[in-house]
Design a protein around this ligand. Sequence first.
Ligand SMILES: Cc1cc2nc3c(=O)[nH]c(=O)nc-3n(C[C@H](O)[C@H](O)[C@H](O)COP(=O)(O)OP(=O)(O)OC[C@H]3O[C@@H](n4cnc5c(N)ncnc54)[C@H](O)[C@@H]3O)c2cc1C
Ligand code: FES
Ligand code: FES
Length: 489
Amino acid sequence: MRGEIRFLLNGRRVTLNNIRPDQTLLDYLRLERRLTGTKEGCAEGDCGACTVLVGRLAGDSLVYETVNTCIRFMGSLDACHVVTIEHLKRPDGGLHPVQRAMVEFHGSQCGFCTPGFVMALYGLWMQQPRPSIQAIEKAIQGNLCRCTGYEPIVRAAQAISDYGDPGGDLLAVERADVVAELKAIKDGRRVEIGSGKERLIVPANADDLATVLEAEPKATIVAGSTDVGLWVTKFMRDIAPVVFIGGIDELRSVATDENGTLTIGALVSYSDAYAVLADHIPAFGQLIDRIGGEQVRNMGTIGGNVANGSPIGDTPPALIALDASLTLRKGGTRRTIPLEDFFIAYGKQDRQPGEFVEAIHIPLPDKDTHFAVWKISKRRDEDITAVLGAFALKLAADGTVGSIRIAYGGMAAMPKRAMAVEAALTGKPWTAETVEAALSFYETDFAPISDARASAAYRMLTAKNLLRRLHLQTTQGANRLTVSRYEAA
Ligand SMILES: Cc1cc2nc3c(=O)[nH]c(=O)nc-3n(C[C@H](O)[C@H](O)[C@H](O)COP(=O)(O)OP(=O)(O)OC[C@H]3O[C@@H](n4cnc5c(N)ncnc54)[C@H](O)[C@@H]3O)c2cc1C
Ligand code: FES
Ligand code: FES
């Protein structure tokens, strides 16, 4: 056991034994290190002003990702490399290629958002020196600018490689040394800091996590902290003691078995899940692109989305429509349940004290299954769902509905299947008349509420219209099954 966390900050090792369980990286950088280039805008992961890069080991390689420091806790940084805007300064005091491009293309006015944009573009440039406009838009989806406007910033992003080569960048040159240092830090020991309730624990591995949670069943589990971060910064909740699980590599695996079931470890982030989901289930990939911004997708996990149990979490309805199941572990005991049974009531999930979500299993749809998912929100980017409908439809050879699974978010106190609607459709001819006749069963399945995002009437009408949309798309061209990037939801 170790009583300190160790990480690199701008290439230099930091060792801390006195951090609070809810201490954010943003506060540490600005208040303790006076690295004030990293800004605080919203403190809830929305604006990107606080963006830095965090490098972590992935096997033998080093992955740098943008994160929001305002909702990233210090306890999650063991064996990571934190890179702030200050690290971009050249030895001669000159500007970094990303900064030069931003200056040349007038990408900054008041400058408050600028460090966040620079870090977001830096992360992109290292992976894609000549990115497409779509890649640029995706990379800065989680960065807000209120005065310059985005066009000059996009133009700057396209031109960064005119000012330098990522191969010669400091993070590329020092890569081998950083990998060696992070491997040395990652010594396979549990980290515990603080005492009594004010404790934070970083388990050494999944078995250790199981042991820790049996001893501390009331501790707050923190994965990507994109939900829990806001409990602290917005609701001032006391979350101690905290168990940080984000560094447990075993829970980050993705595998497909011989039966065509895709198993995603609870700690797989949206960014890591994107490629495999977009490949196997394209509509699911498009849904992930609509979750938060890039920083949130780099931090947030599918396991956290499920475990959180929000009625407007985006992945549960899609996973329920796909008939996914969930493995939970407590100590050495595991149980696997259908995902839909996990959600019991508002804020209540079938998770025992000391139990954690280990993996999600998704039966990949066969070629005859039409899968569609549509997220309806006020903005296309970085917005929370008003209504989300997910459908897995299989037609029989005679054109009747062989099977259909329908699940919604935003329509009930939890993610929920439309069982009465499904029953009204199953075995019937897949026609507009059948669909219209089934619509009345939505009132049996759902009694949505009105809130700031949508009225109950809007939700009900929209949910019904999504079924109509599924019908139109399956009968008027398979290529219309998925929503295009620029199509208004
Ligand atoms: C700016 C912003 C935009 C967002 N946009 C969206 C969006 O568009 N759609 C959407 O659905 N969500 C959105 N979210 C919410 C959030 O990103 C997701 O719910 C995310 O998947 C949570 O994962 P996490 O790893 O960050 O969870 P955490 O915040 O670490 O944890 C969430 C909850 O799950 C529990 N938990 C986590 N992992 C486990 C585990 N393995 N076992 C047991 N319990 C566990 C925690 O104790 C906590 O109760 C957004 C959040 C932010 C800040
Ligand atoms: S301060 Fe706005 S995302 Fe962190
Ligand atoms: S330059 Fe002022 S907010 Fe972007």
